[in-house]
Ligand binder design. Structure first.
Ligand SMILES: Cc1cc2nc3c(=O)[nH]c(=O)nc-3n(C[C@H](O)[C@H](O)[C@H](O)COP(=O)(O)O)c2cc1C
Length: 213
């Protein structure tokens, strides 16, 4: 038996107009992110849902935190031996979506990842709180484990060892930059007439199209 959900509402907060478009998608993204960061109900404004594909072509998704953005792309950090890390080693193509539903907005990026340098990885790892460093070091992310107790035991052992800091960065822990070739901005509109603009990179230049809702 199907359960039907009558969940629907009008999207009428705002419009995205041609006049608001910036030359590159990054300026518009930064403007939107600044605005979304001021909305208290949005708890993780920099969280993006990252889609990868495995060697059979099967997609999978998970949330990661975007840590920096510039004209070159978006950076996130992870365990490179995780499920997503294995996918990316095999196929660097990704899609990432920022689902800012409270603002009736979504931004969808597509591109491919490139690894950050070891120096960049070290610098960011060293900037993390000690507990996050220890957690990254003990977790063989995406591998099965017998119990939470086992995980906590490993965590507390390592925490005791590195109370003074200087947790070595695991070699398999680091960052990726998503080099972007397409970005779609979606602003919900009245009567389901949403505003959608697609930036596509062609020969180093950004071309913009308005898409039908
Ligand atoms: C709000 C939020 C932020 C997260 N940030 C990260 C992150 O920055 N890096 C990361 O590896 N996992 C992050 N995770 C956990 C991932 O969603 C995921 O569970 C983990 O990376 C393993 O994914 P995989 O098995 O597909 O590789 C976050 C989860 C949530 C809900």
């Amino acid at each position: 038996m199907s359960i039907f959900y009558q969940v629907r509402r009008e999207y009428d907060l705002s419009h995205l107009t041609e006049e608001q478009l910036t030359q590159t998608p990054f300026e518009l993204f930064e403007q939107w992110l600044e605005q979304v960061m001021k909305i208290e109900a949005v708890k993780d404004p920099t969280a993006m849902i990252l889609a990868t594909v495995d060697s059979t072509g099967l997609p999978s998704q998970r949330t990661v935190l975007m840590k920096s953005v510039d004209q070159d792309g978006l950076v996130f950090y992870t365990n490179k031996q995780s499920k997503k890390g294995q996918d990316l080693a095999n196929n660097p193509k990704v899609s990432a979506i920022f689902p800012w539903l409270v603002a009736e907005r979504q931004v969808i990026f597509s591109g491919h990842v490139e690894s950050l340098t070891e120096a960049e990885n070290d610098q960011y790892f060293a900037s993390r709180p000690l507990t996050s460093q220890v957690a990254a070091a003990v977790s063989a992310q995406s591998q099965p484990i017998d119990s939470r107790a086992k995980l906590e035991q490993l965590y507390h052992q390592l925490l005791a060892k590195y109370q003074g800091g200087n947790v070595p960065r695991p070699a398999h822990w680091g960052g990726f930059k998503i080099k972007i070739n397409q970005v779609e901005f979606w602003q919900g509109g009245e009567h389901r007439l949403h505003d959608r603009f697609n930036y596509i990179k062609k020969n180093g230049q950004w071309e913009i199209q308005r898409l039908q809702p």
